[in-house]
Design a protein around this ligand. Structure first.
Ligand code: FAD
Length: 430
């Protein structure tokens, strides 16, 4: 028989237990049950979420754990349309609920501090460990903070190449800019997330300015001398915006020496420029997590991988995909990340079933860019992942034609851009 005091202790004990359980993000995942295989995926963006979804398609038994630090994912694709006021921020918002509920994927919301390859554990910020048979890492990019640009002052000159809060800050700054103001973008050196991304943004900012603040001007200080789809962008800018966009190549005045994000002053090799809105896009490297996990070789910025499986060249059983990986000539794009995720899912499913990985897997990329809501351009390519390199498939892919006398193609491609977004995000998140 238990008395009142003991009953009280039991209740308190139960409360404490459930409190502990609630605080445990990875409860029961520190070991893998016998006869079970577990794949832990870090990052629930285009790369990680696609891996989870497709791994479930290829293997109904494997335990899949997806670890993501944020409950909501804002896509960079179409974030430029949000900045230019064409779409609201909710248009680019997605979550992992469908993956968790419909596809039997355990989603853990936590920051990962390290993938510990020596012990086959993913380590969370609270110290908990999740054991894996194989891990897939798709954590995206981080920045090279230099020349006066820091994590602390980035909100004054938002880069907006991680979508969400940064997108909203830049959108508001543009909205509040006076008519007659100067919008300055600093575009990064190669390689960086989404080669046409900065130039699509400049196009849509020009579209906004033309319609709302026609006395303003746009200066692009580029840290390189050429960029993706340059002829298509330049012709489109002339056609749609006349001389509104002043793009300066690195060798002709674009090179930035220093920046003061608070005062919005940029010093170039030739002059000092004061901006009303400063969109500073720093040079980039793989996410810090990749460095902390030993996935980046000394002196390098990106994770080297074996092309056929995207397994790290440095840490066995850990696959790195998406922007963090060095998958050149594939660009750092959402389409690349999701295709790599699908290929890695297939290869891991085969490896876990003791089958040979597919040889060679095919990869693909398409990037649409909008110059205004009814003017789209695109680039596409197909790749073979060979033993030692990823190689373009000759004759597959291409870019939009330079001439479009009737304007039909540009209108259609703008429609395709929206359709591409709908199909990509449905395929992965819905
Ligand atoms: C303005 C702009 C426009 C773009 N437009 C296009 C386009 O039209 N088409 C296209 O194909 N691509 C486009 N891109 C590129 C695309 O956004 C990226 O290439 C893509 O997001 C890369 O996917 P990823 O999975 O590698 O990284 P991400 O999408 O960045 O996902 C990484 C995820 O990992 C999580 N994460 C990171 N570190 C940790 C950690 N330590 N612990 C837990 N979670 C972590 C992050 O929270 C994030 O959710 C654009 C990019 C920009 C900036």
């Amino acid at each position: 028989m238990i008395n009142r005091r003991d009953f009280g202790k039991l209740v308190l004990g139960a409360t404490a237990l459930s409190f502990t359980a609630c605080n445990s993000l990875a409860s029961g995942l520190s070991t893998i049950p016998a006869n079970k295989k577990r794949v832990v995926i870090v990052g629930g963006g285009f790369g990680g979420a696609a891996t989870a979804r497709y791994l479930r398609k290829f293997d109904s038994d494997v335990e899949i754990v997806l670890v993501e630090q944020n409950k909501e994912y804002y896509t960079c694709p179409f974030s430029n349309a949000v900045i230019a006021g064409m779409e609201k921020i909710d248009f680019i918002k997605h979550d992992l609920n469908t993956l968790a509920k419909k596809y039997n994927i355990k989603v853990v919301y936590a920051k990962v501090t390290k993938v510990d390859g020596a012990n086959s554990n993913v380590i969370l910020e609270n110290g908990e460990k999740i054991s894996y048979t194989r891990a897939v890492v798709s954590p995206g990019i981080d920045f090279k903070y230099e020349k006066g640009y820091t994590k602390e002052n980035e909100k004054y000159a938002p880069h907006a190449v991680k979508a969400g809060e940064q997108t909203t800050i830049l959108q508001k700054q543009l909205e509040n800019m006076k008519d007659g103001g100067t919008f300055v973008m600093v575009a990064p050196a190669d390689p960086f997330r989404c080669p046409p991304g900065p130039y699509e943004r400049i196009s849509l900012v020009a579209h906004y300015i033309k319609n709302n603040k026609p006395n303003s001007k746009i200066i692009v200080l580029d840290q390189k001398d050429k960029f993706s789809k340059q002829a298509l962008f330049s012709n489109g800018w002339k056609e749609l915006y006349g001389d509104l966009i002043d793009w300066r190549a690195a060798q002709f005045g674009g090179k930035v020496i220093s920046v003061d994000p608070v005062k919005k002053v940029i010093v170039t090799e030739d002059e000092e420029i004061e901006a009303d809105v400063l969109n500073y896009i720093p040079n980039q490297k793989a996410s810090q997590l990749a460095f902390d996990s030993g996935l980046v070789a000394n002196g390098k910025d990106w994770c080297d991988i074996h092309p056929k499986t995207f397994e790290s060249k440095l840490v066995k059983n850990v696959h790195v995909i998406g922007d963090a990986s060095n998958a050149a000539p594939m660009p750092k794009s959402a389409f690349s990340a999701s295709t790599q995720g699908k290929v890695v899912a297939l290869q891991i499913a085969r490896i876990l079933k003791q089958q040979e990985p597919l040889n060679p897997p095919k990869l693909a990329n398409t990037c649409y860019s909008l110059l205004n809501p009814n003017y789209g351009i695109s680039i596409a390519a197909v790749y073979n992942a060979l033993d030692d390199k990823i190689q373009n498939v000759d004759g597959a892919g291409g870019v939009s034609p330079e001439q479009d006398p009737d304007g039909h193609i540009r209108i259609l491609e703008a429609k395709y851009a929206y359709a591409w977004y709908e199909s990509q995000t449905s395929d992965i998140f819905k």
